[in-house]
Design a protein around this ligand. Structure first.
Ligand code: NAP
Length: 304
């Protein structure tokens, strides 16, 4: 198995999930790092073709992307090169190596202004450069071989880097309260659950577009409250606000979909059913809180 984006958030969970399933994993990265066995910049077509060909994989999970949504808006050429061109190079290399491919996609291919929850057949209409270039990447992957798959996911969290539950806990730890938008909704997904679902999708070898998210719909505010509760903190510190009020003080370059909730219709038909988002948040956040030193003493101090 070859994994692109091996040093990324999802990549960190893919290696153990694949190893557990009995696979030998080759991790590809743009530079040396944790989990990186082979180096290739996926914007470089010959280098990508050579590196993937040399690994002779049976299957490829393409998890590398330029994931900074606002960065993509400011640098559309780079977004196009990585998310569209890079996906095309990886897919063509997989096709030439005779390998199956799953390219990881995003809920940001949808406008989110009506029609959610979106099943796989819903018409994409991206409203950001990130969404548009990821959609071009999906199409390039399926054009390289119609037997390939795209797995769209959303609102990923987990691992050592920056993600929403970590931000919520650090703000609550440092300030005790925070305002979170309650008019943006989606499908929060634990990266470990996605990795497990991707392993099952690779085993099924199915073709076409799939949605792979923890089940259910959450607003950002509901998610933040669930994170607080999971850490044993009082969720009352998480106050609701609106996107308009948030953007007035924290302007962002890229537009976000209002409600981009996904439904895993095709995966469910294969028996792949990631658990409901609240269960996943509870399981992960109880460990994250300990790791961040948000323990019983802090909870008692808050109660006192
Ligand atoms: N995070 C989310 O909330 C979310 C939501 C929906 C879908 N997704 C999709 O899920 C997948 C995994 O996301 P993630 O959260 O794991 O992202 P991530 O943590 O940002 O990891 C992406 C990886 O891609 C690598 N990469 C970037 N440009 C590259 C290039 N030119 N050549 C080779 N590697 C390159 C990065 O390496 P460097 O760091 O060294 O540049 C990084 O290791 C992506 O396809 C993303 O679009 C993510």
């Amino acid at each position: 198995m070859l994994v692109t984006g091996a040093a990324g958030q999802l990549g960190g969970y893919l290696r153990p999930a694949l190893t557990l399933a009995g696979a030998t994993v080759v991790g590809l990265g743009a530079r040396p790092g944790e989990g990186v066995d082979a180096i290739a910049d996926i914007t470089d077509a010959p280098g990508t073709l050579h590196t993937i060909g040399a690994a002779r994989p049976d299957a490829v999970i393409h998890a590398a992307a330029y994931t900074d949504v606002d960065g993509c808006e400011r640098n559309p050429a780079m977004a196009e090169a990585v998310n569209a061109g890079g996906a095309r190079h990886v897919a063509e290399a997989a096709q030439q190596a005779g390998a199956y491919l799953v390219a990881v996609g995003t809920d940001f291919v949808f406008a989110g202004d009506g029609g959610a929850p979106y099943a796989e057949g819903a018409e994409p209409r991206p409203i950001s450069v990130y969404g548009a270039t990821k959609l071009a990447g999906e199409r390039a992957a399926l054009a390289a071989d119609p037997g390939f798959a795209v797995a769209r996911t959303a609102w990923l969290y987990g691992g050592a880097g920056k993600h929403f539950p970590r931000t919520v806990l650090s703000v609550l730890r440092d300030r005790g309260r925070m305002a979170v938008v309650d008019d943006e909704a989606g499908s929060p997904t634990f990266a470990a659950d996605l990795a497990e679902a991707l392993v099952a999708l690779v085993a099924a070898g199915a073709a076409g577009v799939f949605h792979l998210v923890n089940e259910g719909r959450a607003t950002r505010h509901e998610l933040a409250r669930a994170v607080a509760t999971g850490a044993g903190l009082d969720p009352i510190g998480v106050e609701p606000t609106t996107t308009a009020a948030f953007l007035a003080t924290h302007p962002l370059a890229a537009k976000r979909p209002g409600d981009s909730t996904l439904v895993n219709a095709r995966a469910a038909a294969l028996g792949i059913r990631p658990r409901p988002w609240r269960q996943a948040v509870e399981a992960y956040v109880s460990r994250l809180a300990v790791e961040m030193g948000i323990g019983p003493e802090m909870r008692q101090a808050k109660e006192a």
